[in-house]
Design a protein around this ligand. Structure first.
Ligand code: FEO
Length: 403
C-alpha cells in the first residue's frame, strides 16, 4: 500500500488518515509501536470529512482526499475533538474548502475558536450540534453523540446511521502504526487498546460507564467502530465496548505490582525480597524498574492490580526523580480501589519514604501497610521484615481482588 492511498472501508466511506511510524512519545506517553491519526471521508450527494490529522501531515491527508474528490467540494468538516492531533489540519482543509460547514460541539466551537486565530477560526462557518442532531448527506445521515470527558469536555462522536459506523474519535483507539486498517488483520489489538485506555481514559471511568449506558440507550445498530487512532473495529466492536465497561469499573485481579527505582541496589533488594514472598503465596507479582520499562505499559499493568508497592531510594533528602514523576502521573490517572505500600532506603539522611507518603496521602490513596525504610543496606532482619510484608501483601491482593 502506498502511503498516499486512501482505503475504502465500506461503499462511500474512506480512511484518509496518516500513519506516524516514528511516533515514540505522545505528549509524554511512550508509544513504542508508533501511531496513526485517522480521518474519514464520507462521499454521498454531499461530502463530509470526519476529523483531520496532526498538522505536519496535512498535505498527506489532502493528497489522499484528492484521489477521491476535489477537496473544494467538501460540504461538511466534522470536528469531534479539539486536541491538535485531530484538529491540526483544519486550517489547511478549510483553505481548500472555504465554504464547508464546520460541525462541532458547543465546547468544540469554543476550543477551536481559541486555537487557530491566525487561521481566522472565529469566522469559520460553525454548526454547533448536540446528541441526536443529524446532518443529511443524501442517502447517508450523520448523527452526533456528545461524549463529554472522553476525554475532553468538547469530545463528541459521529454515527453514520445507514452503515452503522461509529466514528468514536479518541475512545476505543490504540497507539499503533500499521499498514492494516482493521482489528481482524492485526495481533495484540486488545492489549494495545488496554494500554491506550489505561493512559488516556483511566481517570474518566465514571464518564465511560455513563457514556456506554447512553450509547445502549440510543438503540443504534453499530456494525463498526472507527476510532481516530489505530485500527477499525469491524470484528470486535462489541467486545471493545464490553472491555471498556470492565476497565472503567475498576476490576482488580489478585496481583501485586511492584514499581521501584534504585541507586546502589538496596531498594531493589527489598523489592526482590517482597516480590519473592508474594510469589511464594501463589499470587501474581510483577516487578518494574522505572528506568528499564515503558511507563505506558506499567500503567496498563497497574490498571487491574489490587496491590501496588512503590519503592524509592533517597536522593537529595527526597524521592528519586523517576518515582516523583511516576506518583505525579498516577495521581492524575486516579486508579480505582488500589492498596498501596511504600518502601525505600537511605544513606546519611532519610526522606524518600516520608516524601512519598505525603504525596500519596494528598491524593487520598490507601496505604495498606506501614511503610518500610532501611538505612544503607537491607540486612537479614530487614529482609525478614520484607518477607513478612510480602506475605501480607499477597493475602491483601487475594482479599481485594474483585474479578
Ligand atoms: Fe487523540 Fe485527545 O487526542
Amino acid at each position: 500500500m502506498s502511503k498516499l492511498e486512501p482505503v475504502n472501508i465500506t461503499p462511500g466511506v474512506y480512511w484518509v488518515g496518516v500513519i506516524d511510524w516514528n511516533l515514540r512519545d505522545f505528549h509524554g506517553y511512550e508509544t513504542p509501536k508508533g501511531g496513526t491519526y485517522n480521518a474519514y471521508l464520507v462521499v454521498d450527494e454531499k461530502i463530509a470529512l470526519i476529523d483531520t490529522v496532526k498538522a505536519p501531515f496535512a498535505d498527506e491527508m489532502i493528497r489522499k482526499i484528492k484521489q477521491i474528490v476535489d477537496p473544494s467540494k467538501i460540504d461538511y468538516v466534522i470536528s469531534n475533538h479539539v486536541e491538535m492531533d485531530h484538529s491540526g489540519s483544519l486550517p489547511a482543509i478549510l483553505e481548500h474548502a472555504p465554504n464547508a460547514t464546520l460541525v462541532t460541539s458547543s465546547k468544540g466551537q469554543s476550543g477551536l475558536s481559541s486555537h487557530y486565530e491566525e487561521s481566522g477560526c472565529k469566522n469559520w462557518n460553525y454548526q454547533v450540534v448536540k446528541t441526536g442532531d443529524t446532518v443529511d448527506l443524501g442517502k447517508k445521515t450523520l448523527m452526533f453523540i456528545e461524549a463529554t470527558m472522553l476525554h475532553w469536555p468538547d469530545s463528541m462522536q459521529t454515527y453514520l446511521i445507514e452503515d452503522g459506523i461509529l466514528f468514536s474519535n479518541d475512545s476505543f483507539g490504540q497507539h499503533v502504526a500499521t499498514s492494516k486498517r482493521f482489528d481482524d488483520e492485526v495481533d495484540d489489538v486488545m492489549e494495545d487498546a488496554a494500554i491506550y485506555y489505561a493512559n488516556i481514559l483511566m481517570p474518566f471511568g465514571g464518564q465511560v460507564l455513563k457514556y456506554i449506558e447512553k450509547l445502549r440507550g440510543l438503540d443504534i445498530d453499530i456494525k463498526m467502530i472507527a476510532p481516530s487512532h489505530g485500527v477499525i473495529w469491524r470484528n470486535g466492536f462489541e467486545q471493545i465496548i464490553q472491555e471498556y465497561a470492565k476497565w472503567a469499573s475498576g476490576k482488580n485481579r489478585s496481583k501485586v505490582l511492584m514499581i521501584y527505582d534504585t541507586m546502589w541496589g538496596s531498594t531493589e533488594k527489598m523489592a526482590m525480597e517482597i516480590a519473592e514472598a508474594v510469589r511464594s503465596k501463589d499470587v501474581e507479582v510483577r516487578l518494574r524498574h522505572l528506568r528499564k520499562n515503558d511507563w505506558s505499559m506499567i500503567i496498563k499493568e497497574l490498571m487491574d492490580a489490587s496491590v501496588v508497592a512503590i519503592g524509592s531510594p533517597t536522593m537529595n533528602n527526597g524521592m528519586f526523580f523517576t518515582i516523583a514523576g511516576f506518583i505525579t502521573y498516577i495521581k492524575g490517572l486516579r486508579p480505582k480501589d488500589k492498596n498501596f505500600f511504600l518502601f525505600g532506603s537511605y544513606g546519611w539522611g532519610g526522606g524518600a519514604v516520608k516524601a512519598m507518603e505525603k504525596e500519596m496521602e494528598s491524593a487520598r490513596f490507601v496505604l495498606a501497610e506501614e511503610s518500610l525504610q532501611v538505612k544503607f543496606r537491607p540486612y537479614e532482619d530487614d529482609l525478614e521484615k520484607c518477607r513478612e510484608i510480602g506475605y501480607r501483601l499477597a493475602e491483601l491482593a487475594k482479599k481485594n481482588a474483585n474479578t
